[in-house]
Design a binder for this molecule. Sequence first.
Ligand SMILES: NC(=O)c1ccc[n+]([C@@H]2O[C@H](COP(=O)([O-])OP(=O)(O)OC[C@H]3O[C@@H](n4cnc5c(N)ncnc54)[C@H](OP(=O)(O)O)[C@@H]3O)[C@@H](O)[C@H]2O)c1
Length: 291
Amino acid sequence: MRILVTGSTGQLGFEVLRLFSQSGHEVIAPVRQELDFLNPKQVAEGVRRFQADWVINCAAYTQVDRAESEVEQAFVINRDSAARLAGAVANYGGKVLHVSTDFVFDGKQSRPYREEDEAHPLGVYGRSKWEGEQAVRTALPEATILRTAWVYGVHGHNFVKTILRVAREGKPLRVVNDQLGTPTWARDIAGVIRTLVQNRARGTYHYTNAGSTSWHGFATAIIAGASETGFALKTTTVEDIPTSGYPTPARRPAYSVLDTLKIQSLLTTPIPHWRDSLNKMLKELHSCADC
Ligand SMILES: NC(=O)c1ccc[n+]([C@@H]2O[C@H](COP(=O)([O-])OP(=O)(O)OC[C@H]3O[C@@H](n4cnc5c(N)ncnc54)[C@H](OP(=O)(O)O)[C@@H]3O)[C@@H](O)[C@H]2O)c1
């Protein structure tokens, strides 16, 4: 199959590109300079030129706080270009897998969010992703939409690397304990994307690693796992604080655990627990010279 991966310089796109390339597919991964999502027309033309069987859209504006002041960029990248991409693929009869986020929900529920639960984003990033989903569905009703959450990987910027950097520098770690979700390894998401493609799955799916925790629980597990793996850390304790103690421009859902029951019916192995995936990632990060 001919696969086009967007956002391959990001955390998830990197893993998707790697996995599909290893699987013997013809993979094209244009970078921002070749397919700029700030230019929806260019995206549509580029996608039409490549004529891929599947387009895996991992490109996104992901700066949650900065989106509050860069509203137009967020919407052009996450909604307008995603829609033009899907429309271009629809015109030549290809398929699209579009990646979305737990931030489409407001976090007021107390049970994991199902695919059909009502979206109600709290900020610009979430709204741009939610409107992007809807625009993709309109352009290509059989598109596959995969919502995930709390993504980290060996490649790119993420919470795991930030915590390790601060701990290595010996600075204090203060992390919020009242936002719950599920840390999810980009490598695992890439595997699930391959399964969705193999199954020609259509519609909306939720996928995260198994279990849930707070950002404080996640940070504590990073420190513990990294110490065991052999990272030299000067800070080894994490103070827990409420969200009100760490004000940010964008509001975040207090509870964004996703229900993964629907996607489980397509998977042949159980979803890995977030702690197990985190520890695998930390081992890889420890032995990686340029990550
Ligand atoms: N990170 C999370 O915690 C999280 C949680 C839930 C869902 N998601 C979703 O998962 C997907 C992948 O996220 P990620 O964490 O892998 O994101 P990421 O690491 O921030 O990567 C974003 C990718 O999009 C590309 N991009 C940004 N602006 C672009 C533009 N104008 N034109 C072309 N490409 C552009 C970036 O390219 P450059 O390298 O050139 O900037 C990069 O390759 C996104 O749809 C995101 O909404 C992420």
